[in-house]
Ligand binder design. Structure first.
Ligand code: NAP
Length: 341
C-alpha cells in the first residue's frame, strides 16, 4: 500500500482526493491536515459518509511527513512552497496541486505571481504533471506539479496542433468554469447571488495567471513553432463543477480538416483519459462531469481556415484531483487507470 498524506485536505480538491483515494486499491490515507480545523473530524467539516468522516484533521506542523510515501499538497500558491519543501526534505514524493512548481522559469513565476520563488532547486526538479505530454518524466519524478484546470483543458485541446507546428497567429481560448474552480474560501464573485443565473468573464485577454503555463507547455511541443499567442477569456458559470474551453484556431494554408482529425486521433489513440468525439459532435460539460476524462470535439468552419476545438474536463477531476491520482499511479508504477475508471 502507498501511504499518503494530504496537506490542505479541507478544500474542494482535498475532498475530491479523499473520495478517489478511499476507492483506490493501493492507497492508504494516513493523515489529513488543516490549520483552521485541526482536531476536528473530517466529517465535521464536510458532509461525507462515516467511512470518510472519521479521520481527525491535524495541523501541518504535526503531520508525520517521514511516515508517508506520498504527499498531495492542496494549498493555495505561495503557501505551498514551504510545505512541498518540508515534505521533500522528509523523503516523501509530492504531487503539488498549486501553481508553485508549474512554471519552469522563476522569473516568469515572479512576474505572474508577484513574489519571488523560494525553492529554485525544487523548481528545477519538478515535472509538469500532464501524463499525456510527460509520462516518462513523471514516472521518474519525486515532485510533480499538477497542472491547472484551465491549462489542462486548453493544452489537451491544442497539443496535437502544437506538436504538428500548425499553431499560428492569435489563438482564442474561451473557457468556462464551475464555481468550485475558485476554491472553498469565501470571495464575492462566488457568493450565490453574484454567481447564480449569471455568466461572468474575468481576467480576460492576457492577464490570467494560467496563461504562461499554457504557452510554456504548448511551446515545448515544437521548438520550431512560429509566431502565435493565446488570447484567454475565462468565465465563471453558475454550476458547481465542470469546465469547457472553446478554442478558435486559424490553420496554415493547405492544412485540411481531415489531416487535423488524423493528427488528434494519432496523438490520443492510446490515451485512456482523452477521447475524440465523432465528427459533428461538440464537447459539453456533461461529457466529463465527475470523471478524469477530457472530451474533445473538432468543428471545421466551412469556407474558412478556422477550426473550433471544444475541450471539456471536470475541473476537480482531470483538472485537479483525478489528474493528481493519475500522476500518483504513474509515479508508483501502477496501472494508470487504477482507481479512476
Ligand atoms: N478548485 C479547483 O478546481 C482547482 C483546480 C486545479 C488546481 N487547484 C489548485 O489546488 C489548490 C487547492 O485548491 P482548492 O480549490 O482545494 O482550495 P480551497 O478549497 O480554497 O482549500 C485550500 C486548502 O488550503 C488550506 N489553506 C488555505 N490557506 C492556507 C495557508 N495560508 N496555509 C496553510 N493552509 C492553507 C485550507 O485549510 P484550512 O482548513 O486551514 O483553511 C484548505 O484546506 C490551489 O492551489 C488551487 O489553485 C484547484
Amino acid at each position: 500500500m502507498i501511504k499518503i498524506g494530504i496537506i490542505g485536505a479541507t478544500g474542494y480538491t482535498g475532498l475530491e482526493l479523499l473520495k478517489l483515494l478511499s476507492r483506490h486499491p493501493a492507497a492508504e490515507v494516513t493523515w489529513l491536515t488543516s490549520e483552521q480545523s485541526a482536531g476536528q473530524r473530517f466529517g465535521d467539516v464536510f458532509p461525507v459518509a462515516p467511512a470518510l468522516g472519521d479521520q481527525v484533521l491535524v495541523a501541518s506542523a504535526s503531520a508525520d511527513l517521514a511516515g508517508v510515501d506520498l504527499v498531495f499538497c492542496c494549498l493555495p500558491h505561495a503557501a505551498s512552497q514551504g510545505a512541498v519543501a518540508a515534505a521533500r526534505q522528509a523523503g516523501a514524493k509530492v504531487v503539488d496541486l498549486s501553481a508553485d512548481f508549474r512554471l519552469h522559469d522563476p522569473a516568469i513565476y515572479e512576474q505572474w505571481y508577484g513574489h519571488s520563488h523560494q525553492h529554485h532547486d525544487l523548481l528545477a526538479q519538478a515535472v509538469y504533471g500532464l501524463p499525456e505530454l510527460h509520462r516518462a518524466e513523471i514516472a521518474a519524478a519525486d515532485l510533480v506539479a499538477n497542472p491547472g484546470c484551465y491549462p489542462t483543458s486548453v493544452i489537451l485541446g491544442l497539443a496535437p496542433l502544437a506538436r504538428a507546428g500548425w499553431l499560428m497567429g492569435p489563438i482564442i481560448a474561451d473557457s468556462k468554469s464551475g464555481v468550485s474552480g475558485a476554491g472553498r474560501s469565501l470571495s464575492l464573485g462566488a457568493h450565490f447571488v453574484e454567481a447564480n443565473e449569471n455568466l461572468s468573464p474575468y481576467s480576460i485577454g492576457r492577464t490570467h495567471r494560467h496563461l504562461p503555463e499554457m504557452e510554456q507547455e504548448l511551446r515545448l511541443l515544437n521548438a520550431e513553432s512560429g509566431m502565435w499567442h493565446v488570447i484567454f477569456s475565462p468565465h465563471l458559470v453558475p454550476i458547481s463543477r465542470g469546465m469547457l474551453s472553446t478554442l478558435y484556431v486559424t490553420l496554415p494554408e493547405g492544412v485540411e480538416p481531415a489531416a487535423v482529425r488524423e493528427c488528434y486521433a494519432a496523438m490520443y489513440a492510446d490515451e485512456p483519459f482523452v477521447y475524440l468525439l465523432k465528427p459533428g459532435r461538440v464537447a459539453t460539460f456533461a461529457h466529463t462531469a465527475h470523471t478524469n476524462t477530457c472530451a474533445i470535439g473538432l468543428t471545421p468552419v466551412p469556407g474558412t481556415r478556422t477550426v473550433i476545438i471544444t475541450s471539456s474536463i471536470d475541473n476537480l477531476g482531470k483538472g485537479a484531483s483525478g489528474q493528481a491520482v493519475q500522476n500518483m499511479n504513474v509515479m508508483f508504477g501502477l496501472g494508470e487507470t487504477v482507481g479512476l475508471m
